[in-house]
Design a protein around this ligand. Sequence first.
Ligand SMILES: *Cc1c(COP(=O)(O)O)cnc(C)c1O
Length: 405
Amino acid sequence: MKSDFKIMSKLAVHGGPPVRQEKIYYGRQWVDDNDVKAVSEVLGSTLITCGPKVEELEKALAELVKAKYAVAVSNGTAALHCACMAAGIGPGDEVITTPLTFAASANCILYCGARPVFADVDPETYNIDPKSIEAHITEKTKAVVVVDFTGQAVKIREIRELCDKHKLFLIEDAAHAIGTTYDGKPVGSLADLTCFSFHPVKTVTAGEGGAITTNNEEYYKKLVLVHTHGITHEEEQMEELPHEGPWYYEQIFLGYNYRMTDFQAALLLSQLKKLKYFKKRRQEIVKQYNDAFKEVPEILVQKEIPESDTCRHLYIIKLDLEKLACTRRQFFDAMSAEGIQCQVHYVPVYWFPYYQKLGFERGLCPNAEEIYKGIMSIPLYPRMTDKDVEDVIFAVKKILLYYHK
Ligand SMILES: *Cc1c(COP(=O)(O)O)cnc(C)c1O
């Protein structure tokens, strides 16, 4: 690498001065006074759960992603579980998913007693490869759970065609992708069921929270039941009519308590007002990083597909370790010493001991494993200043200069 800096200072990990005194992290929520006010108002009202805010949120979410229905739930993992249940996934079924994701994308399949099947990812976009999905379809395949990794939409058109051809449910784990559009259509309106997470590291937060969106009334009705014990107050769903009085309800299905509270819904409604700005700011930072790393041969960045107008959740750099005299761990630790706390997204799911005990073996998805070995997520969140971004870039280049071969 060319010397961008006149003076090459000693790495902080070797006792030199760090790039930053105040540490920055790979992600951070943005909660302001408006959010606090919105939550306080609900906390002072009569209904802090099962009240009007959840309903308002569901309307707002459905409108935002141009879906007919939205159901708010307690977290993104619950959203995935509800979606799998609405799709009727059960014992004996196989469900194809990606290994380069948070464990919840595959755990939801296990919750239903079905078997996850891992398809490999594209080596450049890191998203599930439609060709690998096709190669893993068997007579037992019931559904595909795709993940819009880092916020970039998967190749929905190809995957939708595959699912239609083989009569498979398409469930989209869009925990990273609220605000993203594919061919101009919002993520949330594209799959049979789309799941969102509102954990504080995600683009908008409810503290903990999640949602499922769908255009299908039948799935919607199932989702409503699943997320509240399988209990109904709707007369037309009841089996033991005539009912006995105004107190009466029936449990007609084994569901869960996956409800969101009203003060969480109020927080999220307030956060959604900032989503447009969050997206714009995230895109600006991504561009700043892309420009900085374009001419850096030791670093590969995720390929962007033109169909996806991405609200980016994570920015991942992949080290070309053959060009460097360090390991990923050494690079990661050096960043940390410079005051920049990175993270790695993700350890391939089937590498975890729990999955190994279920019989999954290393080597299943060579692309995902190869990507995992070189990647780390550098800070990306809308409250970063241009100076914060420059510090991150400076630290990366400082460390590269030291370790380049
Ligand atoms: C965060 C996340 C989830 C789970 O969401 P929670 O709200 O934390 O339960 C699922 N899938 C992916 C890809 C995620 O990043």
